[in-house]
Ligand binder design. Structure first.
Ligand SMILES: [Zn+2]
Length: 232
């Protein structure tokens, strides 16, 4: 998890909107590899392991388990990492260029959420477009070019500040109604949301186009505040 991305993350538990406080046990460059993010309001702690924040499980400072901020279900299972090692994530240049166009990423800067298996294109977005990628529920074991990803695991939520996303590209696994609605809220005005055609548009976005595979919609920016565009 890139340190600058922490400013854009929010506690997923339902209470007033608040930033999270990072406590880091291992950095690599500007990436938090191991540590935790703590909520100053509800005191929940979300573990960061190998660059990924797990918002599906939270632990109180004393070590007492608290109910998860959202229903668990997508947390990594034992042995998943091993299985994932055999799972090749081959980036597809044509798919990347198409997504880049749909997301209207002509200029560098901003945060782009990549859902599920779209994580395989993270390197291309980072290197060729110079946007910051934030992976949601990426396949376990993913290490684009050996770097630690800015990744998070969450169920039925996108724990990002309103207006914090420049774009979001969701796959079939991550385009649940709850995640779509949360992604729309996190999208800044004019930001793009791309999802499979069989999924309904959430509130807060306006459809621009669709083809046989996906639709693209634009954020109406209902609750967005100005957001600093950061570069890695
Ligand atoms: Zn909280």
């Amino acid at each position: 998890m890139h340190i600058e991305l922490v400013d854009s993350l929010r506690c997923p538990h339902p209470h007033e909107d608040t930033w999270l406080v990072a406590s880091v046990t291992r950095f690599e460059g500007r990436d938090i590899v191991e540590g935790s993010l703590g909520c100053p309001v509800c005191r929940r702690q979300y573990a960061v392991r190998e660059g990924e924040v797990d918002f599906t499980v939270s632990v109180a400072p004393g070590g007492d388990a608290l109910p998860p901020a959202a229903a668990a279900g997508t947390a990594a299972r034992p042995g998943e990492t091993q299985q994932a090692a055999a799972f090749t994530l081959v980036p597809d240049e044509e798919v990347f260029l198409r997504a880049r166009a749909l997301l209207a990423l002509g200029e560098p800067g901003g945060i782009v959420l990549l859902g599920g298996a779209h994580a395989r294109n993270a390197d291309a977005f980072e290197d060729e477009v110079q946007v910051t990628t934030l992976l949601l529920n990426a396949p376990a074991g993913l290490r684009p070019s050996g770097r630690y990803p800015s990744a998070m695991r969450a169920t039925d939520t996108v724990p990002v500040a309103g207006g914090g996303l420049r774009g979001a590209w969701l796959d079939r696994d991550t385009a649940t109604p709850a995640i779509m609605a949360a992604a729309a809220r996190a999208l800044r005005r004019g930001g793009r949301l791309v999802a499979p055609v069989e999924v309904m548009l959430p509130a807060g976005v306006r459809e621009l186009a669709r083809d046989r595979r996906e639709w693209v919609a634009e954020g109406e920016g209902g609750m967005s505040a100005p957001v600093a565009i950061r570069r890695r």
